[in-house]
Design a protein around this ligand. Structure first.
Ligand SMILES: [Zn+2]
Ligand SMILES: [Zn+2]
Length: 390
């Protein structure tokens, strides 16, 4: 039996277990760095299939690494499993996790024959926006020695190289002074006015930004009562641009808008975080082409719509991709008009189409691993790039 058939056979032995795993994670959404159940279930499934599991890696309690196989080529499959506040698994990370585990368990059967040391890296907290799981894991060495990294993420339709741009998330804190809003307003310093001025300035700034730039945020504390001059307000903002370099420029301009709010009102401004941005995703075209071919052989297609090259989102996988050749294809779950980060999309992440995505995503990624390990020139490129980096 050839390797791809062996992998398919192994996957089908665990198929129902993997689909159930994704559904269980979906039913128990957990926020970033609090993915206790998901992390435990993923580790139990991997160790039950014979992989060697290390939990709580790099000082992150819900991160893990599972290893199998031996050989010079080290390939990592990334699993995400955090959810979104209030709307559960509306980004479908339950499927990212199930696909990662399904692919690894299936590919484990041929890893030794291929000369591949395969790992599943459990990467918590993709959705947090700042100091995300993969960024901390990269800094702390979890990807050291890895020659290539892969993951598959759900989306309305299949995309092989989705545009993923750089992003910085930070918190804004204004401190003014309380006063009776009617009796002695002249004694107050209005921290809510500071946010209003900042948001007005950002609104005007939008005329002067690149088409691909994005600025969006929410006010998380707008004051305590209408008859108290607000002395303490907070907001969370995100700024995005095509690359980390472009991000620096636009971020400085946005920060000036918050400074304007402080200057005009006399409130004190503090910016918290935002120094560890998500980088743009660099897709390894050769590995991406292998994934596409394998997904197409399973009957998937990669439709092209006008405007599809517009930036879709950001991911901490971008930071991995700047260090290690990587892919981040999207697998379609037939959810349109529902899109990621809508509750309707969360509902689509437990449907027969989502189950099919788990099967196809697992097989396409495991088969891509086989092709990567076999294609002489690609294998050589990955191995020698790793040596240069070491
Ligand atoms: Zn998301
Ligand atoms: Zn996501």
């Amino acid at each position: 039996m050839d390797s791809k058939a062996a992998v398919r056979e192994r996957f089908h032995e665990v198929r129902d277990q993997i689909i159930d795993l994704g559904r269980r994670i979906h039913a128990n959404p957990e926020l970033g760095f609090q993915e206790w159940l998901a992390s435990r279930w993923l580790c139990d499934t991997l160790s039950g299939a014979g992989l060697e599991v290390e939990t709580g890696v790099c000082g992150l309690p819900t991160a893990f690494v599972a290893r199998v196989g031996s050989g010079p080529l080290q390939v990592a499959i990334c699993a995400e499993y955090d959810s979104l506040p209030g709307i559960g698994h509306a980004c479908g990370h339950n499927l990212v996790a199930a696909i990662a585990v399904g692919a690894a368990i299936a590919a484990a059967r041929v890893a030794d024959d291929l000369g591949v040391k395969l790992s599943v890296i459990g990467t918590p907290a993709e959705e947090v926006g700042d100091k995300a799981g993969k960024i901390l894991l990269l800094e702390r060495g979890a990807f050291d020695g890895v020659h290539a990294a892969m993951m598959v993420h759900p989306a309305p339709v299949d995309l092989v190289e989705p545009a993923m741009i750089a992003s910085s998330a930070f918190e804004v804190d204004f401190v003014g002074k309380e006063a009776h809003a009617c009796g002695f307003p002249e004694l107050g310093v209005n921290a809510a006015d500071a946010i209003t001025i900042a948001q007005t300035a950002i609104g005007l700034l939008r005329q002067h930004i690149r088409l691909s730039d994005r600025i969006h945020g929410i006010v998380t504390c707008g004051g305590q009562a209408p008859n108290i001059v607000p002395a303490h307000t907070r907001a969370k903002y995100m700024v995005r641009a095509t690359t980390v370099r472009d991000l620096d420029e636009i971020r400085i301009k946005v920060l000036r808008c918050f400074e304007a709010g402080a200057l005009a009102t006399g409130a004190k401004l503090e910016i918290i975080g935002g120094h560890e941005p998500y980088a743009e995703m660099l897709h390894d075209h050769e590995i991406a082409a292998l994934y596409r071919r394998n997904a197409e052989s399973l009957g998937r297609s990669f439709p092209q719509f006008p405007g599809m090259d517009r930036a879709a989102a950001s991911t901490d996988m971008g930071n991995v991709s700047l260090m290690v050749p990587a892919i981040h294809p999207m697998i379609g779950i037939d959810s349109l008009p529902a899109i990621n980060h809508q509750p309707e999309f969360a509902a689509h992440c437990v449907t027969p189409a989502a189950d099919k995505a788990v099967v196809d995503g697992s097989l396409a990624m495991a088969w891509t691993l086989i092709d990567m390990a076999r294609e002489g020139a690609l294998r050589q490129r990955l191995l020698s790039a790793g040596r240069e980096a070491a």
